[in-house]
Every structure is written in structure tokens, then in C-alpha cells.
Design a protein around this ligand. Structure first.
Ligand SMILES: Nc1ncnc2c1ncn2[C@@H]1O[C@H](COP(=O)(O)OP(=O)(O)OP(=O)(O)O)[C@@H](O)[C@H]1O
Length: 259
């Protein structure tokens, strides 16, 4: 379970990104976080894996008060919290399987990683993870030979190989075309349902958020202004999150912007 209790986050430049946030996310939930640019979505999910520190309040993840973690404890903790970025964050000049393996065996000496000498059982885990996201046939391709959607699925497989309890995804489909975005969202949904991993996604596409997530959290200027079922999100809720009807992003607008 992830629990925010009266959490505040102010950056050193004085910008308050989270204001008195209270949330409880149970294991296995699929949650979409929506809001205008600058509302605090990234800050919210990045505090969960200590990419950012909170200033006030308490943030518990699976019973661990994340503010108390130090040094090596943070690295160990992060292995149970998968993170997916908009830009995939892969090493593009090496193979797909190497990308998955390198992060799943951090304890391996660097020279074995460079020479690609990975334990057989880890290779099996990596291949299984690639199979789960439908790109097993690309295992020995170089990452830079793959499309954006395939690269995001490699990133997802890399996270799966760590067997995290939670996957945090920061705009995972923002740089993908609408069709590929749905393919990747389908992967998230399947992983959520079959592996019972909690999924927290920051997403600008409201339609995708409503279609895939069970729960929607709306943030406005650092404050949670909606927290409820996706099917209960109506125009009034969206106006409250985005400020006015004209500011609500529509999938079609995004499609045009991405073409
Ligand atoms: N490292 C930082 N230092 C200072 N201010 C920051 C930093 N990161 C974010 N902010 C500020 O905190 C606020 C929330 O930013 P955040 O990135 O969390 O919003 P967001 O909703 O994820 O936006 P976007 O959709 O554009 O990614 C913004 O005002 C932003 O300018």
C-alpha cells in the first residue's frame, strides 16, 4: 500500500508542487494521475521512489517510511518500485535483452555486464519479461532498431524483470502515436490484472486515463481535487481539474499534435 499523509513538497526555488496530499493506494490498483502541465503529477509519483524528497508529512510505501531511507537502502527500495519514463531511458546501442538484464542483476560485476555474461536463470527471467510484453522475437535486436512503442515495451520488460510491487509511469505514452499508445496501455492493463502489480500513470490523455484506469486522481496546483472511480469522472470533474472546458485536452487534439 502507498500512503500519503499530509504531504507537502516545496522545491528549493520556492515552488510548492504538492499541498497537503492525502492518499491511500491499495496493492493492485490501476491509477491514472491527471492535471494540467505543472500541476504536480510528476512530483507526486517521483516522491514515491524518493527521486524527490518530501518536506512535510509522511509517505509510506509497503510499510516503509520512505523519508527515513538512506544510501543503499534507497537503492534496494527502488528495486521494488519500477519506473517508466516518457523517453524510455534505454541504452540504445546494445541489445534488447542486455537492457533488460543489466538492471535485473545490479550485483553483477561491471565486466560481466560489458561482456554480456549473465547467469542463465536471469536470462530466462528476462526472456519471460519480453514475452509478457510481446517482443520476445526482438530480444537480440539492437534497441535503436526498434520503434518507439517497441522501445517502451523493452522498458516495461526491464521493469518487470525486477518483479516490482509497484510500477510508476511518467507520461509513458506521450511520445507514441495513438494506436501504439493503446498497445502499450494494454500491456500495463494486462500486467496489472495478471501480476497484480499496482500501476500509477501520469497521463495527459484523459480518454486513455478513463478507459484504462480504475481510479483517477486529479491534481490542480499541487492539490488533489478529484480522487475517485474513472467512471464517475464527468465534465464538471474535468473542469475542476483543468480549470475550464476549453482547457480540457482531447485525444483528437493530441493525435493532431503528434502527427
Ligand atoms: N526540480 C524542480 N525544481 C524546481 N521546481 C520544479 C522542479 N520540478 C518541478 N518543479 C515545479 O513544480 C511544479 C510541479 O511540476 P511537475 O513536474 O510535478 O508537474 P506535472 O504536472 O508533472 O507537469 P507536466 O505535465 O508538464 O510534466 C511546477 O511548477 C514545476 O515548475
Amino acid at each position: 500500500m502507498i500512503e500519503f499523509i499530509n504531504v507537502n513538497k516545496t522545491y528549493p526555488n520556492g515552488v510548492t508542487a504538492l499541498k497537503d496530499v492525502n492518499l491511500k493506494i491499495e496493492q493492485g490498483e490501476f491509477v491514472a494521475i491527471i492535471g494540467l502541465s505543472g500541476a504536480g503529477k510528476s512530483t507526486l509519483i517521483r516522491c514515491i521512489n524518493r527521486m524527490h524528497d518530501i518536506n512535510e508529512g509522511t509517505l509510506n510505501v509497503n510499510g516503509v517510511d520512505v523519508s527515513n531511507l538512506k544510501g543503499k537502502q534507497i537503492r534496494t527500495f527502488r528495486r521494488k518500485i519500477g519506473m517508466i519514463f516518457q523517453s524510455f531511458n534505454l541504452v540504445t546501442r546494445t541489445s534488447v535483452i542486455n537492457n533488460v538484464l543489466v538492471s535485473s542483476v545490479p550485483e553483477l560485476p561491471w565486466w560481466r555486464k560489458i561482456l554480456g555474461l549473465f547467469p542463465k536463470d536471469k536470462k530466462i527471467v528476462a526472456l519471460e519479461a519480453l514475452d509478457k510484453v510481446g517482443i520476445l522475437d526482438k530480444a537480440y535486436n539492437r534497441v535503436d532498431q526498434l520503434s518507439g512503442g517497441q522501445q517502451q515495451r523493452v522498458a516495461l520488460a526491464r521493469t518487470l524483470a525486477q518483479n516490482p510491487s509497484v510500477i510508476l509511469a511518467d507520461e509513458p505514452v506521450a511520445s507514441l502515436d495513438p494506436v501504439t499508445a493503446k498497445v502499450v496501455m494494454d500491456d500495463f492493463k494486462r500486467i496489472n490484472q495478471e501480476m497484480e502489480m499496482s500501476i500509477l500513470i501520469n497521463i495527459h490523455h484523459v480518454e486513455l486515463a478513463l478507459e484504462y484506469a480504475d481510479r483517477v486522481i486529479g491534481i490542480r496546483k499541487g492539490e488533489i481535487v478529484y480522487d475517485g472511480k474513472s467512471e464517475d469522472v464527468n465534465q464538471e470533474v474535468l473542469n475542476n481539474i483543468y480549470g475550464s472546458i476549453t482547457e480540457v485536452p482531447h485525444m483528437n487534439d493530441s493525435e493532431e499534435a503528434e502527427v
